[in-house]
Design a protein around this ligand. Structure first.
Ligand code: CO
Length: 457
């Protein structure tokens, strides 16, 4: 039997319409899906946290608590970017610890932790803290292809993940570039080496995902990530219903309650129609895009680059920028193209093309990366490029967070004027301006309600 993790209310809407599902939409769906028989429902983390406050004026912590109330049987899962948590810089260990603690307290069961560079040192604290507070910890390895990202590379890392104490391992193919034959080899090799469950996460962008899932399932993968139709395919995950039906009656049957899924469909259709209607769901996201197999560029990175080029009035350079990406990636030691590396590589490719000279201009983040502040590059970086950008500067070789002093108490003090809970402090630590605006409105509103209530006492 293969278990399914439902991703529609996290990755599904993040991939298809910029993470705009509201808490009510998420909660109403989860209330039904709780009875379907999933291994877990992915409900939190990734971009959901930022988007809730920034675009929906909603508290992400409240969403989690509301979902927990209606999900009595199914485990709730979140996505967590190692020492970055959900933000873009490295946080000190005590902040990572507090975030794990609060996530679990507010309702998370499984924390899926990954690091863009697969630098295991950046995962250690999250694993330790998740276990400490009684959560289940899954480590996800960012999947990409390059001369260094071989089956041996992933198998070796898988063994390290198991010995680090993770409860399960996930192959996270964020760009949807894993092909069926490679999935067979990869899953077979990893399953031989580890005894913890193995999960596969991929995207339909290139049009090969269902075939890849099938190959992985036959090779022994234990869990796959799927998204309820109509919030599936395109740049999201394969359809939960379709894959469940395809496996029905076989030894891999996920044994989901199809009546429950059927019951959830009208609600999901209503949600999707809303975002088609308001233009947030671009029909392009639903089309098969095999070009991704050539350039290995995840959907989010493409739309970011298109925006940068449009802003500069340089969309005619689009193809040239796409061709520049593999060069930049090689120069930087083949980082997997996932946040924050995807943005760095994409922006650098744009700068290289627009300035007419490679690395004449350089983003601060790329400089930090070359200084070792994000961790260890998967392969050696191009020394000439490094010299051109950071000269003879000293490069960090330790775990970047080892250089950070504990900061939670300081953050608490810094935000004392606005934060009313540790959860608020964490929101502010991750997305300072967005959280500040949001909390101001939230508490102004609550205070007004309290005041008006008192008038009638
Ligand atoms: Co994904």
């Amino acid at each position: 039997m293969v278990r399914f993790v439902e991703t529609s209310v996290r990755d599904g809407h993040q991939s298809l319409f910029a993470t705009r599902m509201t808490t009510k939409e998420v909660v109403d769906l989860c209330a039904i899906l709780d009875d379907a028989g999933y291994h877990a429902i992915e409900v939190w983390g990734g971009a959901t946290f930022d988007a809730a406050m920034r675009f929906l004026n909603e508290d992400p912590w409240e969403r989690l608590r509301e979902v927990r109330k209606v999900c009595k049987k199914t485990k709730l899962q979140m996505l967590f970017r190692g020492q970055n948590i959900l933000g873009y810089r490295h946080y000190s260990d005590d902040v990572v610890d507090m975030f794990c603690k609060k996530s679990i307290e507010n309702g998370i069961d499984i924390i899926r932790v990954f690091d863009a560079l697969n630098d295991i040192r950046n995962l250690r604290q999250a694993v330790e803290s998740t276990k400490k507070y009684g959560g289940e910890c899954q480590i996800a390895l960012s999947y990409t292809t390059s001369p260094v990202h071989t089956i041996e590379y992933y198998t070796k890392l898988a063994k390290e993940v198991e010995s680090l104490g993770a409860d399960s391992l996930c192959i996270k193919d964020m760009a949807g570039v894993l092909l069926p034959e490679d999935a067979t080899k990869l899953v077979t090799a990893i399953k031989k080496e580890i005894s913890i469950p193995l999960e596969l996460h991929s995207h339909c962008t290139a049009g090969v995902c269902e075939m890849t899932y099938m190959a992985a399932i036959k090779a022994g993968v234990d869990i796959v990530d799927t998204s309820l139709s109509p919030l599936s395919n395109g740049t999201a995950q394969p359809s939960t219903q379709a894959l469940a039906v395809a496996l029905k009656g076989s030894e891999y049957d996920p044994k989901l309650d199809m009546d429950v899924l059927h019951k959830a469909e009208p609600l999901m259709t209503q949600v999707v129609n809303k975002y088609v209607g308001n233009g947030l769901l671009n029909p392009k996201s639903l089309q098969v895009n095999p070009n991704i197999l050539t350039y290995q560029v995840p959907g989010g990175m493409l739309s970011n680059m298109i925006k940068q080029l449009t802003d500069q009035g340089a969309m005619d350079k689009y193809e040239e920028v796409l061709r520049e990406i593999p060069h930049v990636r090689k120069d930087l030691g083949y980082p997997p193209l996932v946040t924050p590396m995807s943005q760095m590589v994409g922006t650098q490719a744009v700068l290289n093309v627009l300035s007419g000279e490679r690395y004449k201009m350089c983003a601060k983040e790329v400089k930090d990366y070359l200084h070792g502040r994000y961790g260890k590059a998967p392969a050696a970086v191009n020394e000439d490029v490094k010299k051109k950008i950071i000269g003879d500067d000293e490069v960090i070789t330790c775990r970047p967070a080892d250089l950070l002093e504990p900061e939670f108490e300081k953050l608490k003090e810094k935000y004392a004027d606005i934060a009313r809970s540790d959860e608020d402090v964490l929101s502010l630590a991750l997305f300072e301006n967005v959280a500040r605006d949001f909390l101001k409105k939230k508490y102004a509103h609550e205070d007004v309600e309290e005041d008006s209530f008192e008038m009638f006492v």
